[in-house]
Design a protein around this ligand. Structure first.
Ligand SMILES: *[C@@H]1O[C@H](CO)[C@@H](O)[C@H](O)[C@H]1NC(C)=O
Ligand SMILES: *[C@@H]1O[C@H](CO)[C@@H](O)[C@H](O)[C@H]1NC(C)=O
Ligand SMILES: *[C@@H]1O[C@H](CO)[C@@H](O)[C@H](O)[C@H]1NC(C)=O
Length: 458
């Protein structure tokens, strides 16, 4: 026994294995109607785990199963082959009873088993029975760990939404436990009025795919692309440059965006019924097909990747027959992480109880100087506040004054004015920031762990 204790103590001091990637998580509804969805993932599993082994994005795999009234097991491994074996051989669809399932419990279990900043893909054809009770916990956990949740949905429960065509975004109205923001600009925004899946995706930087069961395999190509893309926290990040929701059908809408010199790849995605998406270069000419790759090309989802673009202004033309979301992501080493100074403490999550000085860490020191404006943007795109940024040192920027903290979740977006060279480009916080209403200490003395002198800010 003495030896066992000794061994345990030694183990504690062994250095942790070097693991640079994040977890790839699958949260899978294994009730009776899910066979086709699970087959869609299985069909792509060889390609997927091969890509994961070659790429450096993922080095840990989590598979969390849920049903009703039970959930689990949660399988986790560092071995891509074991994960694939589990996916192929250890999921048996069964039961389910009534339509909604314990989705939030399955999501929570996956987050708890995953590394921070992981990518979690959720597969179900039902609503979340435990959304009202456990949805808020799932959201809080996802935000505190930086885990991104991407639901791939092939159905829903209930009399009103059941009738909605595949590809349309659900508007379930208020679900208990979630704060629903009264949007001023766009009350129909899926992030604000959608269901637990819309809201989780929206605050964590994910997106929701509502597709048919036969289209699930096509969506898995998005996961394969990311697995091969070498997305790591200290290397290329998967940045969301813009996410624009349009609540109505649009015919050939043109939208331009800026690609800065640090960007390696750009992924443009359009989700909406009868989605049509085309890419144009800075001169307005269509991008030649050699300049991009079609990652997904199905009726309600178009995803194109511009490979190694030269810096400049690009544009997309898009159309859809109903509500739709355009998302522009980029792979770049240049990202930002905001934090908030309140009552002498720097926190990742601010309180609504006092104004905050926003403090922005820029991952590339050479680039810190380029950002000069900060926007606080609501989930529906409403800008609450625009404030100028000042440089603290080579990696840190600070808001020129304290700003009120919004009541609801918001994104921090920094931009430059683009006058020196090239177009004006932006960076957003990797996830939304959902404030607390905890009291703020009244002291203005910096906390003992903060060695920097913040007195000049008061
Ligand atoms: C997967 O299923 C096989 C065969 O039934 C079983 O031997 C194995 O223990 C299962 N693995 C896990 C991780 O559950
Ligand atoms: C990711 O890294 C691997 C191994 O370093 C390399 O073979 C592969 O080409 C890289 N993928 C991309 C998209 O750069
Ligand atoms: C820049 O300033 C921030 C805030 O004062 C500090 O945390 C950081 O260590 C500084 N970095 C450098 C490179 O001086």
């Amino acid at each position: 026994m003495g030896l066992a204790v000794f061994g345990a103590i030694i183990l504690v001091f062994l250095p942790a294995p070097v693991r640079c990637g994040v977890s790839l998580g699958f949260i899978i509804d294994d009730t009776g109607s899910m066979s086709d969805d699970i087959s869609g993932v299985r069909i792509k599993s060889l390609e997927l785990f091969d890509a994961a082994v070659v790429g450096t994005t993922y080095d840990h795999y989590v598979i969390s199963l849920f049903n009703d009234p039970t959930t689990g097991p949660v399988f986790e491994t560092q071995d891509a082959n074991d994960a694939r074996e589990f996916l192929l051989n250890n999921i048996t669809v069964n039961g389910g009873g009534d339509c909604p399932e314990l989705a939030a419990t399955g999501i929570i279990a996956a987050i708890e088993a995953s590394k921070p900043n992981s990518h979690l893909y959720f597969f179900s054809d039902a609503s979340a029975k435990d959304g009202p009770t456990r949805g808020p916990t799932a959201k809080r956990l996802a935000l505190s760990t930086g885990c991104r949740v991407t639901p791939i949905l092939t159905g829903t429960c209930g009399t009103t939404r059941k009738k909605r065509a595949v590809g349309q975004l659900a508007r379930s109205g208020q679900s208990a436990g979630w704060r629903v923001r009264r949007a001023t600009s766009d009350a129909d925004h899926a992030c604000v009025t959608g269901d637990i899946y819309d809201k989780l995706a929206c605050v964590t930087g994910g997106e929701v795919y509502r597709v048919s069961k036969s289209e699930v395999a096509a969506i898995v190509d998005i996961i394969i692309e990311k697995a091969a893309a070498n997305i790591t926290d200290d290397g290329d990040r998967d940045l969301i440059l813009e996410s624009i929701y349009n609540p109505v059908a649009k015919e050939t809408n043109l939208h331009s965006f800026c690609v800065d010199p640090s960007v390696h790849d750009v992924v443009v995605s359009l989700i909406g019924p009868s989605a049509v998406l085309s890419l144009y270069d800075s001169t307005g000419s269509p991008l030649p097909s050699s300049a991009y790759v079609d990652i997904v090309n199905i009726g309600s989802v178009k995803v194109k990747k511009i490979v190694s673009p030269t810096a400049g202004t690009y544009s997309v033309s898009l159309s859809s027959s109903a509500d739709h979301t355009l998302k522009i992501s980029a792979r770049s080493t240049l990202g930002i992480v905001p934090s908030f100074l309140q009552g002498g403490l720097i926190e990742k999550t601010p309180s609504t109880e006092a104004k905050a000085i926003v403090y922005v860490e820029v991952s590339e020191s050479s680039a810190a100087a380029v950002f000069n404006t900060l926007d606080m943007e609501g989930l529906d795109g409403t800008v609450f506040d625009t404030i100028s940024l000042e440089r603290v040192n080579s990696t840190h920027l600070v808001s020129s004054s304290a700003v009120p903290v919004p009541d609801d979740c918001f994104y921090i977006k920094v931009s430059n004015d683009g006058t020196s060279e090239g177009c004006s480009f932006t960076r957003s916080s990797p996830t939304a920031i959902c404030p607390t209403n905890n009291p703020v200490p009244t002291t203005t003395t910096p906390s003992p762990t903060t060695t920097d002198d913040w007195s000049w800010l008061y």
